[in-house]
Design a protein around this ligand. Structure first.
Ligand code: BG6
Ligand code: MG
Length: 228
């Protein structure tokens, strides 16, 4: 059986609750464009790039806009988003995330940050979490957005590991799909109703032990438990 060697973490919604800032920034853009954007709609934007998020948003609003206007809107959303993000302190690290990362590292697992965000460097800096990761692959380093597995495959490559030696922690449907496509164990962080393609779902990293993780790993590798 392939041993578990690396833990790959999504950033927004897994390590830090920036998901709420992405949502309120896009909601503001939708409001200015004249339509309502709900939290349910927002699930479709989680994990996907800024450009793709805007396309989905416009689809929800039933709007088709010229390319130049889309560039301006994406920039406007990012400025709004950054105005919230810049206020963040390490206190906004999600409960248990830093402790779980430290436990993974103490157990000898490599750790990586795997995110579609192009703002990852700013966030890592504000939260002072750089030392918790062996590798960072962000939206500036990938061409294909989740559900494409590129971001996770690049992490495995940078760590010098086979994809099937890695586990992914994700709060987005697109991210769970990407982990599956990469051939990695997928741990969903959030609602099991939404993340129903994950191998295991927990409400947050504070509610996950390494023992539970190893059990899920062994079950998947031995093919003993059907997915929920
Ligand atoms: C992902 C978020 O982590 O990053 C998405 O889940 C977001 O909602 C994407 O669109 C890109 O983020 P950024 O910071 O580059 O706009
Ligand atoms: Mg996320």
């Amino acid at each position: 059986m392939t041993p578990l060697s690396a833990c790959l973490f999504d950033l927004d919604g897994v390590i830090v609750d920036t998901a709420k800032y992405h949502f309120i920034a896009w909601r503001q853009i939708a409001r200015e464009l004249g339509f309502v954007f709900t939290e349910k709609d927002n699930e479709r934007l989680k994990g996907v790039s800024r450009t793709r998020s805007l396309e989905i948003l416009l689809e929800i609003g039933g709007l088709a806009l010229p390319a130049a206007e889309k560039v301006d809107l994406a920039a406007k959303k990012n400025a709004l988003y950054l105005s919230y993000v810049r206020q963040m302190t390490p206190a906004e690290i999600l409960p248990g995330a830093d402790a779980f990362l430290m436990a993974c590292r103490a157990a000898g697992y490599k750790t990586a940050l795997a995110t579609a965000s192009r703002n990852a460097a700013v966030i890592i800096d504000l939260l002072k979490i750089a030392a918790l990761f062996d590798v960072v692959v962000d939206g500036n380093k990938v061409t294909h957005t989740k559900p494409d597995p590129e971001v996770f495959l690049n992490c495995a490559k940078e760590l010098g590991l086979a994809p099937d030696a890695c586990v992914v922690f994700e709060d987005a449907e697109a991210g769970i799909e990407a982990a599956g496509a990469a051939g990695m164990l997928a741990v969903g962080i959030g609602d099991p109703g939404i993340l129903n393609k994950a191998d295991l779902v927990v409400p947050g990293l504070s509610e996950l032990s390494l023992e539970q993780l190893r059990t899920a790993w062994n079950n998947k590798k031995n093919n003993t438990v059907a997915k929920p």
